[in-house]
Design a protein around this ligand. Structure first.
Ligand SMILES: [Zn+2]
Length: 165
């Protein structure tokens, strides 16, 4: 496979995500909600001061992550269940939140939309990207063992992760 071909494939995949193709105002924009800056075709998090400076020169929009949150459009669903989950609920919830805080600097578009504890004791997490749901599944399994299953839907970018312990 030639390198050109793989590049082309990548850009096709990106354009399939309606939230990524929506935001193309020239090459510079800032998110009015989370202060992410769009530049060189990627989003990154900026300090407030950098965002203020950028706002003067460019469009303010909602970044794909904030837009997905506003629309309630999740691409990743992670469910944790089992006796271990019931007993260690608070620890698991704070571990997941810490993960988001750390990974947001590498990819500001990967975020947690919601964490909820069901009456059954299961924890449900929704994320803005399918990749982040997979990553959480991997990290939880690495930290606590247990059993993890991944399900991808063929036509959409949605991933479901089920971790049981
Ligand atoms: Zn944003």
């Amino acid at each position: 496979m030639s390198p050109n071909r793989s590049v082309r494939k990548k850009s096709i995949d990106n354009s399939k995500d309606p939230y990524l193709s929506k935001v193309r105002p020239g090459d510079l924009a800032t998110c009015k909600k989370c202060s992410a800056i769009y530049h060189n075709k990627r989003w990154s998090l900026a300090k407030k001061t950098a965002q203020k400076a950028a706002e003067k020169k460019c469009a303010t929009v909602l970044c794909p992550a904030c837009q997905k949150m506003k629309d309630g459009f999740a691409e990743g669903f992670v469910t944790l269940k089992g006796e271990f989950v019931k007993k260690n609920r608070d620890e698991l919830v704070s571990m997941i939140k810490n993960r988001e805080t750390r990974s947001i600097y590498y990819n500001p578009l990967s975020r947690i939309m919601d964490i909820s504890v069901k009456r059954s004791g299961a924890i449900e997490v929704t994320t803005t990207t399918d990749k982040f749901a997979q990553r959480l599944g991997q990290l939880i399994q690495k930290a606590y063992n247990g059993k993890v299953e991944y399900k991808w839907s063929a036509d959409t970018k949605i991933t479901r992760v089920l971790w049981t312990r």
